[in-house]
Design a binder for this molecule. Structure first.
Ligand code: TRP
Length: 344
């Protein structure tokens, strides 16, 4: 039996926070450790997706590489022969298949997508075709590699379902061209993704820690110096209850700190909670978490410094060559189906 494929995207255009690190980067590294022996793993940077809403284009190319370095520093093994790391825009089949799929996708379907509705609300003066077409490009990302498994967060479930719809429609019309990924329900039971993990803002712990927040004190960036990060934790908002308890509703501030402590120290949450429950010494809790965060950043940044961009580029280019071949083979089947190429 041929190996099944797990495919997942690594966002390009953001300066990750500690929240992204713990909630997205680490889980992806864990996924590689767990599945690279038995599955093909495609981890790619959807750089074409990154300007469906306005960005700073001067930093896109650099950010793409920088983000990959964060994954490597977090433990992603780019030399693993079952893992394929590549940039979407370096494989032109993504754009070409998108066009073909566009002609079998209805405007109404795209207008119904929740993410499109949300984002076009925010940017309503300038909704681009790119924003609307986002899910079709995502479908091409998945279908070009015959990926059965696409572990995504809840916000992407709809895009996965529309991918299945488009692929099924195409197959019904033209025969067995695409591998249809499993339905969301099957996906989530296969790859347990901890959707509950949300690191909260340090200044307003009812919200999640967001890289786009203009309040610098609300977030810890992976580029913050350990000293700056330490200060941010020490000034984190807590509450006036005066007794530590792990309770997102009543005490989101201390609960957030307890959560960070558990993950960074690799200690089960229950154990951390038991250690601090009932304590009135919020300052001590902060001090301990701040030390932990500072130590983490120090080690992480040291590792980051050792990553060679030359080696990263060489690995990317090698895998992009082989992914181009694979993607072009699937693209050709679609081109033949619609009559752009002669049938074999
Ligand atoms: N839209 C995904 C996200 O925002 C990223 C992405 C793009 C993706 N193409 C993909 C994820 C294909 C999985 C498969 O997280």
């Amino acid at each position: 039996m041929t190996q099944q494929t797990i495919l997942t995207g690594i966002r390009a255009n953001e300066e990750p926070t500690l929240g992204n690190y713990l909630g997205a980067i680490v889980p992806m590294v864990t996924l590689q450790r767990k599945y690279a022996d038995t599955y093909r793993i495609n981890m790619f940077v959807p750089d074409l997706h990154s300007f469906t809403t306005p960005i700073d284009h001067d930093s896109l190319y650099h950010n793409t590489l920088q983000n990959l370095k964060y994954f490597i520093a977090a433990g992603l093994d780019i030399s693993n022969s079952n893992t394929h790391i590549y940039r979407q825009s370096y494989i032109s089949a993504h754009s070409e298949l998108t066009w073909i799929l566009d002609c079998f996708t209805y405007v109404g379907e795209m207008q119904r997508m929740t993410q499109f509705k949300d984002k076009s609300g925010e940017h309503n003066a300038s909704i681009t075709m790119g924003l609307m077409n986002y899910p079709v490009l995502m479908a091409a990302d998945i279908l070009l590699y015959d990926a059965e498994w696409v572990p995504v967060g809840e916000d992407q479930f709809q895009h996965l379902e529309i991918t299945r719809d488009i692929a099924t429609r195409f197959n019904n019309k033209f025969g067995d061209i695409f591998t249809v990924p499993y339905e969301t329900r099957t996906q989530t039971s296969f790859i347990e993704r901890d959707n509950g993990l949300r690191i909260r803002s340090l200044t307003d712990p009812t919200k999640k820690m967001s890289k786009s927040s203009s309040d610098e004190k609300s977030k810890i960036l992976l580029t913050d110096t350990p000293t700056v990060a330490h200060k941010k934790i020490m000034s984190a908002t807590t509450d006036s209850i005066g007794s530590v308890d792990f309770n997102w509703e009543l005490q989101p501030g201390v609960t957030n700190l307890l959560q960070i402590a558990s993950i960074l120290s690799n200690t089960p949450q229950d154990e951390i909670n038991a250690q601090w429950r009932g304590s009135d010494r919020y300052g001590d809790l902060k001090q301990s978490v701040a030390d932990e965060v500072a130590l983490f950043l120090e080690k992480f940044q040291k590792k980051l410094d050792t990553i060679s961009e030359t080696e990263l580029l060489a690995a990317l280019e090698a895998s992009e060559r082989s992914m181009n071949q694979q993607a072009n083979a699937v693209l050709l089947k679609a081109q033949q189906a619609v009559g752009l190429r002669p049938k074999a």
